[in-house]
Write a protein that binds this ligand. Structure first.
Ligand SMILES: *Cc1c(COP(=O)(O)O)cnc(C)c1O
Length: 465
């Protein structure tokens, strides 16, 4: 399988080249040249496979430059850190299915992709006898999943900036209790935006970036999308096995469009009728909902909500879908992205029919998030986190007879306990691994929000040859 850029500016490359490239060098995003199709007999033959076996079947259709036994070991290593034998179990609440994606080491769905990506990076770096210094800023959630993805890896160092005392104590401890020698937590005296701005500036310094083999762990890496395709397929198999081959609709709490894009790939890959619709659920940051409902993809201001991992305006993975919307034409994608940059918006009126075949979209208010958490707690004793509640609420508006509804649960409720406790009126129990963090030693560097100081720190601690 070869990979191309949405903007058409690079020669086709292999899977491992695409992983190491991350963002395409022409500014576009990488995509497989074609999406492999799985016929019904093959799909049915996957019934009964373990998550790891299924992951191999799915991923190996997109990867032809890693030997079979190596890919199998990478998958096994990545999902052995999950605390449930099914990796992504389905919980049934009457006729609604909750797909729990938070059984990884940091209790958030990003573990599914980042555990795999961390192992994949290490494998590829050791093949090329190379190394990588990862740099990122976090507002709390993604940082810990990235750190757990690469902790203890020899050829990788990771530097994660977080705003000092402005994240929850669980989030802070999840990061700072990782004391492996290759992990550097930097608490900056400033906001998340300050951290983000410093990281951006450092990446735009091409000399610094190349000298230190600087890399990012963000949601645009194709390997992350690919790892996420697996649980859509696993859920479809589960539904097909238990509910007489019914089609499934997936409700996906969406920020950067990475998770739901994986669903789109699964929909194109699987036999017709396995996936009926993808319900794109947003909070008040509703650019994607506006795009799908009215063709209005115009940037607004970011609003803070109770589902902070979805407080995003520019959904970086949307360009991948745009490529298909615009007839797989790199020229059209280039024009559209230039227009977006210039005017802050895109009109997608001509694509409404196409988008509506794949998606329905709902923006969910803060009141509805709280009401949904309270309602599910009362009716089922099941506690939703606010991101998951956005998806569940959206799904209830789009249920159809004869179609199974699967809601992606993207975080464990303890990660957002304040809102959850307000909604349910009860304290959320910390799972033991999180409770134990209280007593663990921590390591963290508190620094001013100053690029020069942070650059000096990274120069001192980065891996080099
Ligand atoms: C990242 C994240 C999302 C959004 O996923 P995207 O791939 O960015 O759309 C939703 N919920 C949680 C808890 C997340 O961490």
């Amino acid at each position: 399988m070869k990979y191309i850029s949405t903007r058409g500016g690079i020669a086709a490359i292999s899977f491992t080249e695409a992983v190491m490239m991350g963002l395409a060098t022409d500014g576009g995003l990488l995509l497989p040249r074609t999406i492999p199709r799985v016929d019904r007999p093959t799909f049915e033959s996957w019934q009964g496979l373990s998550y790891q076996e299924l992951a191999f079947e799915v991923m190996s259709r997109f990867i032809d430059d890693i030997p079979t036994s190596d890919l199998k070991s990478l998958i096994a290593a990545s999902y052995s850190s999950f605390d449930h034998p099914d990796v992504t179990p389905l919980v049934h609440l009457d006729d609604l299915h909750i797909l729990e994606l938070f059984h990884g080491p940091t209790f958030a769905f990003k573990d599914i992709a980042l555990q795999f990506l961390g192992n994949l990076f290490e494998y590829l770096l050791s093949k090329n006898d190379s190394y990588l210094n990862i740099l990122g800023a976090t507002s709390g959630d993604t940082g810990s999943a990235a750190i757990y993805g690469v902790r203890g890896k020899e050829r990788i160092a990771i530097f994660i900036l977080h705003p000092h005392r402005r994240i929850s104590s669980v989030q802070e401890r999840q990061m700072t209790t990782v004391t492996d020698a290759n992990v550097f937590n930097i608490a900056i005296e400033g906001t998340f935006d300050d951290g983000q701005a410093i990281v951006k500036e450092m990446f735009s310094d091409v000399v610094f970036k190349q000298a230190h083999h600087l890399g990012a762990i963000n949601s645009i890496n194709w390997a992350r999308v690919l790892a996420q395709v697996v649980y859509y397929v696993a859920s479809c198999l589960h539904i097909a096995g238990h509910e007489n081959d019914r089609a499934a609709t997936f409700a996906v709490p969406t920020g950067n469009f990475g998770d739901i894009f994986a669903g789109y790939i699964a929909k194109k890959m699987l036999p017709e009728g396995c996936i009926s619709k993808l319900v794109l659920a947003t909070n008040a940051n509703d650019i994607l909902t506006r795009a799908i409902n009215n063709g209005d993809y115009s940037l607004g201001q970011v609003v803070a909500t109770s589902s902070p991992s979805m407080d995003i305006q520019v959904a970086s993975n949307f360009e991948r879908y745009l490529y298909y919307l615009l007839d797989s034409s790199p020229e059209h994608v280039r024009d559209a992205m230039a227009h977006l940059k210039e005017t802050g918006g895109l009109q997608l009126d001509d694509c409404l029919g196409h988008m509506r075949r794949d998606f329905v979209a709902v923006a969910v208010s803060e009141d509805d998030v709280r009401a949904t958490i309270a309602d599910y707690h009362e009716r089922y004793g099941y506690v939703l986190d606010p991101h998951t509640a956005v998806g569940v609420r959206a799904a209830t508006q789009h249920r159809a007879k004869g179609i199974s509804t699967i809601c992606l649960a993207t975080a464990h409720p303890t990660k957002f306990s304040t809102v959850v406790e307000e909604a349910t009126g009860r304290p959320v129990d910390l799972p033991p691994p999180l409770a134990e963090l209280q007593d663990k030693p921590t390591r963290c560097e508190v620094m001013p929000a100053d690029r020069a100081a942070i650059t000096a720190f990274i120069e001192q601690h980065a891996i080099r040859r």
